[in-house]
Unconditional design. Structure first.
Length: 193
């Protein structure tokens, strides 16, 4: 396991936990976990919970960056044999998607996104003379990026079986940059036994 992850397992699996107990536990975990994303917690008997980050530098938008090997490595380090990985981007102008890593297809998908929500169209979000909410230093017009992300989504859930991500033959996991090159954070939540 990596230095940011500590393996913790308590007891054996108990299949007769009530739904209320599970919900209460998950709410407790959520409250404890606020503000930290790099530790593994003790939980339901036999269950492991690990939350890790991948930091990825992108070059441009749209851009498909294959993160499968990084997520698979975190899954192996977690020692979870059976469970799932939730892969989530903490950005509103980036997405997480599963698709095939074939260079011509990636180019097709980039072009598709440009056609669905072109950067040259008018977006209210880009009208800085009217917009007053959620402004930051160096703000750039990126309404198209938000619209593209709306279609793609922020996360994927992948089963873990025998300690490995259960992906199909051609399936790969991508961080999709939709705005401009920058550092992006991907959260990988691993849950299982």
């Amino acid at each position: 396991m990596g230095k940011d992850s500590v393996g913790v397992t308590a007891g054996t699996s108990t299949p007769d936990k009530s739904i209320e107990e599970v919900v209460q536990y998950l709410q407790k975990l959520d409250n404890q976990h606020k503000g930290t994303v790099s530790e593994q917690r003790e939980g339901l008997p036999g269950m492991k919970f690990s939350c890790r980050n991948l930091v990825i530098r992108t070059d441009k938008g749209p851009q498909f960056i294959d993160i499968t090997d990084g997520v698979a490595s975190l899954a192996r380090e977690s020692a979870i044999r059976s469970g799932f990985a939730i892969v989530f981007t903490r950005h509103t102008t980036a997405a997480i998607r599963i698709n095939e890593n074939e260079p011509l297809l990636l180019r097709d998908m980039e072009e598709f996104l440009k056609k669905v929500a072109p950067s040259h169209m008018y977006y209210n979000h880009n009208d800085f003379s009217r917009r007053t909410a959620n402004m930051s230093d160096g703000e750039e017009p990126n309404g198209h990026s938000h619209c593209q992300q709306l279609l793609l989504g922020a996360s994927e859930a992948i089963p873990i079986v025998d300690g490995r991500l259960l992906l199909g033959q051609w399936q790969r996991l991508f961080l999709v940059e939709l705005d401009r090159g920058r550092e992006r954070e991907v959260v990988v939540q691993l849950v299982g036994e």
